[in-house]
Design a protein around this ligand. Structure first.
Ligand code: PLP
Length: 400
């Protein structure tokens, strides 16, 4: 295991972050008693207070009980949520291995900000992949090296491992290799042997595996790469409450990696970035009952995907194939014209007609590398899936 054992995190963290003295917030010191240390409003949420006039223009203010403590700043570290994440991912050794961000999107941004020097460093991505890696790199003036996934044959949407390792090892500026498993828009879980090869290569930067869709992977296809976190200090695994837990609105992203890396991320994030409301909801969702329900719902979505959506899509005219591993809560559907030629025109036309005239919105992906002629369709409720199939059948039947 050459790289993992010789991995030196101090080499990839920016010098200004290495010597950063993080902001110390009031709640880092004390959190009980009469708290007059953080300039909060002791009357509680003011819109709930009872206010009466007590003559001569002065008011009598009666604070209402605030069971959620919304008048207090939130726990900067989200400790209770992290404790529950350890129950969801038992292979993670400690809360010190867990980072919480404002959605995975913030975690992506922070990872780039703490490792890459603007105007000098770069990240490696494997198209077709999640668009935010590139956007975040551009915002931070960080370069992008692209090593495409394999887009044909039996290994479709798997890593071109030799090319990834060769590229990463030959370019000192690459601080992060970004892998997405299951990928978006590929829906494909990356092979474990390939991920391990990258982790064990001579590349000396960080390997991030974005597992936003991991709970939709069938058990026989493999489990979360969180299981490798304790083994490889050069690995950081990202997950999110937005997909399998159905909580995209609370904005809570999860990162799991070495305590050192998590500490640098904590030092860099805004002290109170996660709201009490988000943390409370996440804690409930990550209770044993919440996790059991998540698994049930994910299983049901997968069943809809495998037993209804995919076979029905395959039976439609102009559908050439459902491509990729189908390991996520969406499918990638490729369209062809009457001559059997892959057709962006049909995909785009169908997408536009459904969105503008049928109240049915899917995602056009025909412009992504290796996704020509493709729409990405999220698995919806049983009823929504029926509507998408019926609508597509009608529209596709009308195309010569
Ligand atoms: C691969 C991948 N990573 C991360 C995200 C963003 O997740 P979050 O809602 O936690 O920011 C998405 C959202 O679609 C995604 O597809």
């Amino acid at each position: 295991m050459p790289a993992a054992s010789s991995f030196d995190i101090k080499r990839i963290i920016r010098p200004n972050i290495l010597k950063l003295e993080p902001y110390r917030c009031a709640r880092d010191d004390y959190s009980e008693g009469i708290l007059l240390d953080a300039n909060e409003n002791s009357y509680g949420p003011v819109h709930q207070a009872r206010i009466t006039q007590s003559g001569a223009g002065s008011s009598l203010i009666e604070a209402q009980p605030d069971s959620q403590q919304l008048h207090r700043y939130p726990d900067p570290m989200g400790l209770r949520v992290k404790q529950r994440i350890l129950q969801l991912r038992p292979s993670i050794p400690s809360v010190n291995n867990v980072f919480l961000g404002v959605g995975s999107d913030e975690v992506i941004d922070l990872l780039v900000r703490i490792t890459c020097q603007p105007g000098r460093d770069s990240i490696l991505v494997t198209p077709p992949t999640y668009g935010m890696y590139k956007v975040v790199a551009s915002i931070n003036d960080v370069g992008i090296v692209k090593v495409p996934l394999i887009v044909e044959g039996d290994d479709i949407f798997q890593l071109d491992v030799d090319a990834v390792i060769q590229s990463a090892c030959s370019d000192e500026t690459i601080k992060i290799i970004w892998l997405c498993s299951p990928g978006n828009p590929t829906g494909t879980r990356l092979n474990e042997a390939d991920v391990r090869r990258v982790l064990e290569s001579d590349y000396r930067g960080l390997v991030v595996v974005d597992e936003a869709y991991v709970d939709f992977v069938r058990a026989d296809r493999g489990e979360s790469y969180a299981k490798l976190v304790a083994e490889y200090p050069n690995l950081f695994v990202m997950q999110t409450m937005s997909k399998s837990f159905g909580l995209a609105g609370i904005r809570l992203g999860i990162g799991m990696g070495s305590p050192e890396l998590v500490q640098y991320l904590n030092n860099t994030k805004a002290p109170y970035s996660l709201s009490t409301l988000a943390l409370d909801v996440a804690k409930e969702a990550l209770s044993p009952e919440g996790i059991a329900k998540m698994r049930q719902v994910a299983a049901s979505l997968c069943q809809q995907r495998d037993e209804f959506l995919i076979p029905e899509l395959r039976s439609l005219p102009h559908v050439a194939a459902i491509i990729g591993g189908n390991d996520a809560n969406f499918v990638l559907c490729r369209f062809v014209d009457s001559n059997g030629r892959v057709s962006n025109e049909i995909a785009k036309g169908l997408y536009t007609e459904m969105a503008e005239n049928r109240g049915l919105v899917v995602r056009y992906r025909g412009g992504d590398y290796g996704c020509e002629g493709c729409l990405r369709i999220t698995v919806g409720t049983v009823e929504e899936n029926r509507v998408v199939i019926d609508t597509m059948r009608t529209l596709l039947a009308a195309i010569p």
